[in-house]
Design a protein. Structure first.
Length: 140
């Protein structure tokens, strides 16, 4: 669990999987529950789950940046979600999207934006979106 005598995992995805396994199974899991208590284990499981969700969101954003449909969009509204990814805020954006192919549409979605270039209402921004689910967006 604490890496004594073990190689430290460099891949964050594998590190989360290893932490989940060691916290919830076998002798290490039983000792952790026994000495630290169920509340501690529940909090750790919640943190591990949040980490897994953040990793999945980052992977989805990377895929979208590579293969999403490009478009320009006008920011209609923006709201902070209180979450951070790599110290950048995750915001809820309502956008009027002008795709390169097809007609304009409105969508609302969450994505991380640079903390030094947070869009404001009225700004024109470049995005990529998933045509199957236009709420999946990434600011370019």
């Amino acid at each position: 669990m604490f890496g004594f005598g073990k190689k430290i995992e460099q891949d964050p995805k594998k590190a989360l999987e290893n932490a989940d396994k060691s916290l919830n199974t076998g002798l290490t899991g039983a000792l952790t529950k026994g000495f630290m208590g169920k509340d501690f284990v529940d909090r750790m499981n919640s943190s591990i789950e949040k980490g897994k969700n953040a990793m999945a969101g980052m992977e989805e954003a990377q895929m979208l940046a590579q293969s999403g449909m490009p478009a320009s969009a006008e920011v209609l509204s923006i709201a902070d979600t209180g979450m951070l990814v790599n110290f950048n805020p995750v915001v809820q954006l309502k956008l009027n999207v002008q795709p390169s192919v097809g007609g304009a549409f409105e969508t609302t979605g969450q994505c991380a934006v640079s903390k030094i270039a947070i869009p404001r209402v009225g700004d024109k921004i470049n995005i990529k979106y998933n045509p199957a689910d236009p709420s999946k967006i990434v600011v370019m």
